[in-house]
Design a protein. Structure first.
Length: 249
């Protein structure tokens, strides 16, 4: 069957109107989609999530790189300072040993004049009709305390502190000198005065009467006494020094 178009241009116009109507419908659909709040929210959420993930990835990468760099630096410092710490501990051990030896030497040096001071004070303060028969030390001698210098080498700071405390205790033990005075008197009041004068001395303290008995000496009845006392380190003002001059020929 053959159809003849008797109106030229009618088909073109129809096709033109159809194309314009399709484009308008597409634009209208896009405009309505752009106004959809759910679609806008979904697109914004996707963009925001992409930005957050990218930011977190960059932050984690930067932090990981920084931590790796700090770890490498800490390991290098630990290796470098290990030798320094070992030398420090060795130096502290030597210092503690030297301090302990110096304390012992100082205690021995300080005790050189203990007995001259004690005997000088006893002789100077001795009342009339009273005499001393013996003076003897009752505390440990210096050599016994010095023999305790056999402590192990400290390996830690706590061991070093314990060794220093032990050295200080040893020094205090050496400085404590106890002695006993045994003598006779014909006057009991002289004995009381002698004890008072010794207690007032700058070199003697803790004077106590251990015992007193009546004895016969050369057909005479006298009081034999026994005093216990401690040596006291005098203040610097009580020490009198004199120059020593030696003539050389």
């Amino acid at each position: 069957m053959i159809e003849i178009n008797l109106l030229p241009g009618a088909g073109k116009k129809s096709r033109g109107r159809g194309t314009g109507t399709g484009f308008a419908s597409v634009m209208s659909g896009a405009s309505s989609s752009a106004r959809d709040p759910y679609l806008i929210g979904a697109a914004g959420s996707a963009v925001l999530a992409a930005l957050i993930i990218g930011g977190l990835f960059f932050y984690q990468a930067t932090r990981s790189s920084s931590l790796v760099e700090k770890e490498q630096k800490a390991m290098a410092d630990s290796t470098r300072y290990a030798a320094v710490l070992s030398e420090k501990q060795r130096a502290e051990a030597q210092r503690d040993s030297v301090v302990r030896q110096l304390n012992i030497i100082r205690s021995i040096d300080n005790n050189r004049f203990v007995w001259p001071h004690v005997m000088d004070e006893v002789s100077r303060l001795l009342p009339p009709y009273t005499w001393v028969t013996s003076i003897q030390q009752t505390s440990l001698p210096v050599s016994t305390a010095a023999a305790s210098d056999s402590q192990p080498t400290p390996r830690t700071a706590a061991d070093s502190a314990r060794n220093r405390a032990a050295a200080a205790d040893t020094t205090q033990l050496v400085e404590v000198v106890k002695f006993r005075i045994i003598g006779n008197t014909v006057d009991i009041q002289a004995l009381t005065r002698f004890m008072t004068l010794l207690e007032q001395s700058s070199f003697v303290k803790n004077v106590q009467l251990a015992r007193s008995d009546l004895v016969v000496v050369e057909n005479k009845e006298v009081t034999q006494f026994q005093l216990e006392a401690d040596y006291e380190t005098p203040p610097p003002s009580a020490i009198r020094t004199v120059p020593v001059a030696i003539s050389v020929r």
